[in-house]
Design a protein around this ligand. Structure first.
Ligand code: KG4
Ligand code: ZN
Length: 355
């Protein structure tokens, strides 16, 4: 049995967690997440403020995670820390602190790629959400369709050409006069749309004649959809009525969800995967999970979505991915650095041949 202390500071959540176990039989012993509310005032994450807030929070958050786990630092086997990708100043806080802690405790440090963490998150709650699977990672910063034949083997199938899915939700929320972060507000507003919807936005990346091997077969794009929302809001004139706001929110969400679902279904079919694993903040969207399940029902493919706590950024997923890397014998040198962008480790060639 191995115990990993995970630390996550890549964006605006300061998080620490202890995960223990062996391989897929790992469980969360503690998880502390401190969200930086301050960014709501600015309508987005301000990198410099995020870094400073991590500096203030990281020590008490890690101490609380150890206290909740009823463990001393000496009782953990290794420290896993997110070292890429993300806001480099924010990442550096976690990386520097993780390394110092590891050095002081005489424990190894393991560097974890944030996106690999998201791939492991759902498995902490659903023991069957393990490879082989098709992953759809949709957050404020990422929109990726990944084929996962095994842990540590990742085939990037597609991504966004412009805005990330969460970013599209946030921008549309702003256009509709809803607060940041916009996803949950847009979802709630869309749910109040009643009767026939006068709006239907096009799905440009869903041409029927797309074939595997075409550059846009798995890719998505949301900037056109955002512009369509802008035009609809302008056409409504001053003082957008609630009913119209709800219809626009619903039409936007329908177009985005249908696009993501169809692209995922293509990947599932191509690689014959029995499972779909959702991750990232947009995986909290109930309409997305419901549409994915409805579309895949009867195909023998099970859809797994994490709870809100594990869908959004958290250190439990970092500790879990760190456990995987630790068990494989990986140890980071004390020169471990933070990177704003870095390819996910274990990339398979982007071949279209099923495996
Ligand atoms: O994974 P996450 O917490 O942080 C990033 O790494 O970006 O994702 C945050 C994103 C935000 O864009 C937020 O609007 C979106 O996830 N989000 C949602 C929902 N809940 C959060 N989007 C759609 N529907 C939701 N219910
Ligand atoms: Zn994330």
């Amino acid at each position: 049995m191995t115990r990993i202390l995970g630390i996550e500071t890549s964006c605006d959540e300061t998080s620490a967690a202890v995960v223990e176990g062996t391989g897929d039989a790992a469980r969360i012993r503690s998880l502390v997440i401190l969200s930086q509310d301050v960014h709501r005032i600015f309508g987005g994450v301000v990198p410099e403020i995020a870094s400073r807030a991590h500096v203030t929070a990281v020590v008490p958050v890690v101490e609380q995670a150890l206290r909740d786990a009823e463990l001393m630092l000496a009782e953990v086997d290794a420290i896993a820390v997110t070292h890429a990708p993300g806001l480099v100043g924010a990442l550096l806080v976690g990386v520097s602190f993780g390394k110092a802690l590891a050095f002081a405790a005489g424990r190894p440090v393991v560097g974890v790629h944030h996106l690999e963490g998201h791939l492991f998150a759902t498995a902490l709650e659903h023991p069957d959400a393990v490879p082989p699977f098709t992953a759809l990672l949709v957050s404020g910063g990422h929109t990726l369709l990944i084929d996962v034949p095994a842990w540590g083997e990742y085939r990037l199938l597609g991504g966004t050409r412009d805005d990330a899915a969460g970013e599209a939700f946030d921008k549309v929320a702003k256009l509709l006069g809803l607060p940041y972060p916009g996803g949950p507000h847009v979802e709630r507003t869309a749910a109040t749309s009643e009767g026939a919807n006068p709006h239907r936005f096009s799905r440009p990346m869903l041409r029927r004649d797309q074939r595997p091997g075409d550059a846009d077969y798995y890719d998505v794009s949301f900037s056109g959809l955002k512009t369509a929302v802008l035009h609809a809001v302008r056409a409504a004139g001053d003082g957008l009525p609630d009913r119209e706001r709800a219809h626009i929110a619903r039409a936007f969400q329908d177009a985005l969800v249908e696009t993501l679902v169809e692209k995922t279904v293509r990947a599932v079919a191509r690689h014959r995967r029995p499972r779909v694993v959702l991750g990232g903040g947009v995986a909290c969207n109930g309409a997305l999970a419901a549409a994915m399940r409805a579309r895949l029902a009867g195909r023998g493919t099970t859809v797994y979505a994490p709870s809100v706590r594990l869908a959004t950024d958290n250190a439990a997923m970092i500790a879990r991915a760190g456990l995987f890397r630790f068990e494989r014998g990986e140890r980071a040198p004390l020169s471990l650095n933070a990177f704003a962008s870095l390819p996910i480790p274990g990339l398979l060639p982007a071949s279209h041949d099923p495996r």
